[in-house]
Design a protein around this ligand. Structure first.
Ligand code: 3SL
Length: 246
């Protein structure tokens, strides 16, 4: 049976120990964008915490096969091909290309757990696909790692952790009381149970949701709030490189 721990931010992930599987969450918007880009036919998403390193590594790829995705503070990084909007990830734009991506928080969470034996990314849009993947493999210890915002808690990543737990309970048939391994996991499940009928409203209340609304990204919030709309599981094939079929 699995034990599921929830950590709200990469900073709260313990230094000691590691899970059998890490599930990285950044509902607004990095992990939503990753699932969308891979479903739209991107070859891979390669993540970087550091913008200069991203520029150096992506420079070794042919122009026609790469897209530089950069976001800081919700805005597109100057000189990059695109920002972090999942709505830009159409097959015409990303098909066959590698996305070299750096975002404020989501890519830092991935870096924090990249040494785990298995790493997948989850958002509300691909929650059930991730649950099915976990149930098929039954990792003994699962860490769900939220991205938050610059070290602080976020409602949207916590509700997604709760959505994963709620579906693990029903799909697996194991009571949540046996799956939840820390207080954060219990609280995440309670948040989802309270908010599941109107996830968009919760994203509108979230501080990063409000930040994105202020930048005009209303349609992104609507897209990111859709539960189980994309049946894909981005998986780490090598440190920092996410693909659909490793
Ligand atoms: O913080 C992150 O990693 C981003 O997902 C933030 S944003 O939604 O692109 O602004």
């Amino acid at each position: 049976m699995s034990q599921v721990f929830v950590y709200h931010t990469p900073e709260l992930v313990p230094d000691a120990g590691r899970p059998d599987c890490a599930v990285v969450v950044d509902v607004l918007r990095a992990t939503t964008t990753m699932a969308t880009a891979l479903q739209a036919g991107a070859e891979a998403v390669q993540v970087f915490s550091d913008l200069q390193q991203l520029l150096d590594v992506s420079a070794t790829w042919p122009d026609s096969k790469r897209l530089r995705v950069g976001e800081r503070g919700g805005r597109v990084v100057e000189g990059f091909d695109m920002g972090n909007s999942p709505l830009d990830c159409t097959p015409a734009c990303v098909g066959g290309k590698r996305l070299f991506m750096s975002t404020t928080n989501g890519t830092r969470s991935l870096a924090r757990v990249q040494a785990s034996p298995a790493v997948v990314t989850a958002a509300l849009v691909n929650r059930q696909a991730v649950v099915d993947w976990l149930v098929a493999r039954r990792p003994a210890v699962i860490w769900i790692v939220g991205s938050g915002w610059e070290g602080s808690y976020s409602l949207e990543d916590t509700v997604c952790a709760g959505a994963i737990l709620a579906s693990l309970e029903t799909t697996w048939g194991i009571p949540a009381s046996e799956l939840t391994a820390n207080d954060e996991a219990v609280a995440a499940l309670a948040l989802f149970q309270q908010a599941h009928t109107n996830l968009l409203q919760l994203l509108h209340q979230a501080s990063h949701g409000r930040r994105l609304l202020g930048l005009g990204y209303d349609a992104d919030l609507k897209y990111c709030a859709q539960l189980d709309s994309i049946p894909v599981v981005p998986q780490q094939r090598e440190p920092g490189v996410l693909v659909l079929n490793p």
